[in-house]
Design a protein around this ligand. Structure first.
Ligand code: HEM
Length: 418
């Protein structure tokens, strides 16, 4: 039977310790969870992502109180009720819209940090795979959320994306990859309508956020044993370094305790981030909202140019320059290559790209190529010069997977000093 001190004041440290093990948590974070010393502000992106997800959840709950998942009411409930009738409704909407856009910028920075420092290798494969799971879940969350205001872009982007689920043309491989009727089943109708909006609403407010929470727990769990990487990719003996820290030899130790040392650094970077975040919310929220989506959905009026939000443009441009069937294959290859990066990279080195010869060039080509794909994806495909640039960037993107395999297979092992 647990022992409780009757004299402990409610909510005092002792009272909380006896009930939820407050001191155990403090002990673990202060003396049992270690972070390498040699990391920079880019290692704060993970916590920034977790915090931004929290903000999306809270702002989403406020929007949910007035949003109506009905094709006749949805547009007005967002653009009229929430924006001008509910006190501070506009603020929650701007926070939610800016958060949804910025979270992808931070995800991409977080991913490219991992790629640059080789943080998906040597025992960290599951961190990468669970991270990619989060990327897919966030993409589905953003797409389903984009349907909810029921504007022109919600409707038509939804139409284009759900059409992809028809599969390949009936004449490919005897039609086994063509799924007649599947798109209608997915939509619950021949075109996006009430059933469609209802199911995307459910996905957006319940099923996908639950999956994201589960995946974040998994992602954090996969970090626990391999520990986070560091700027030099050094293979740290955490126990030895932690012992040095505890003995007071802090200079010699290669690690710092999670709390309060690492946490205070993280909170500082987060503070800077939130200043920028709220600057965007108050002064530049419009970058996160497409003007076309301020026209109500109209199934009889196709917009002149349909494109997704900026964070999907690179994958859209991998699909768009090709015929429908080849485009689907290209898209599949591009997504799979990102997922299996830890297994495509054959190099034995965990080191920053700057020390890895050809990999350094590969890394910068990948980054620039994705920026070019993003820029081209936004432009209408009618201009032949831009179409040619888009095609070249898409082909290059597809080749980057096999190129990585080859160059890393022959990468020399870097001899590191003790
Ligand atoms: C969107 C939600 C995500 C959250 C909340 C999150 C959270 C975190 C946190 C807290 C860390 C440890 C500190 C740091 O390096 O920042 C981390 C590390 C890591 N994450 Fe994520 N992450 C997310 C998405 C992703 C994605 C999309 C990827 C890539 C596919 C990814 C790959 C990694 C890798 C490789 C590490 C290890 C970094 C290292 O060892 O240095 N994460 N994540």
């Amino acid at each position: 039977m647990a022992h409780f001190d009757e004299n402990a004041k409610p909510f005092s440290e002792k009272w909380l310790d006896e009930r939820i093990g407050l001191n155990t948590l403090k002990r673990v974070l202060n003396t049992e969870y270690w972070i390498p010393k040699d990391i920079n502000f880019l290692w704060a992106m993970g916590m920034i992502l977790a915090a931004t997800f929290g903000i999306l959840l809270i702002s989403g709950i406020f929007l949910l109180m007035y949003y109506k998942p009905d094709t006749k009411l949805a547009f007005d409930s967002v653009n009229h009720t929430i924006m001008s009738e509910v006190g501070y409704g506009w603020l929650w909407r701007h926070i939610h819209g800016v958060g949804a856009s910025i979270v992808f910028l931070i995800i991409y920075i977080h991913m490219f940090t991992g790629i640059y420092y080789g943080s998906y290798k040597r025992g960290r494969e599951l961190i990468w795979l669970s991270g990619m799971g989060l990327f897919v879940a966030f993409s589905a969350e953003a797409f389903s959320g984009y349907m909810l205001p029921w504007g022109q872009m919600s409707y038509w982007a939804g139409m284009v994306i759900t059409n992809l689920f028809e599969g390949f043309s009936p004449d490919v491989a005897g039609g086994i990859f063509n799924f007649p009727g599947f798109v209608e089943w997915l939509r619950g109708d021949f075109v996006p309508g009430d059933a469609y909006l209802g199911r995307f609403f459910m996905l957006h407010v319940l099923l996908i956020p639950l999956a994201i929470i589960g995946l974040i727990v998994l992602h954090f769990g996969t970090l626990r044993l391999p520990h986070v990487n560091n700027q030099e990719g050094a293979d740290i003996d955490f126990e030895k370094s932690a012992a040095l820290w505890k003995e007071g030899k802090r200079k010699e130790s290669k690690v710092i305790p999670f709390s309060p040392v690492f946490l205070s650094k993280d909170i500082f970077v987060m503070g800077v981030y939130f200043i920028l975040f709220f600057y965007l919310v108050f002064y530049h929220f419009e970058f996160a909202m497409d003007p076309v989506n301020f026209d109500p959905a109209d199934g009889l009026k196709t917009p002149a140019h349909i494109y997704p939000e900026w964070y999907f443009l690179w994958s859209y441009e991998v699909l768009r320059p090709f015929s429908k069937d080849f485009g689907l294959i290209a898209f599949g290859i591009a997504q799979a290559a990102m997922f299996f990066l830890p297994f495509i990279d054959r190099s034995p080195n965990v080191a920053p790209a700057s020390q890895r010869g050809l990999f350094k060039i590969w890394f910068w080509v990948l980054l620039v190529d994705m920026i070019v794909l993003t820029a081209m994806g936004k432009l209408p495909p009618t201009n032949p010069t831009f179409a040619a640039i888009g095609w070249t960037a898409a082909v290059l993107f597809l080749l980057l997977g096999p190129i990585l395999f080859i160059i890393t297979k022959f990468e020399k092992k870097i001899e590191k000093g003790a």
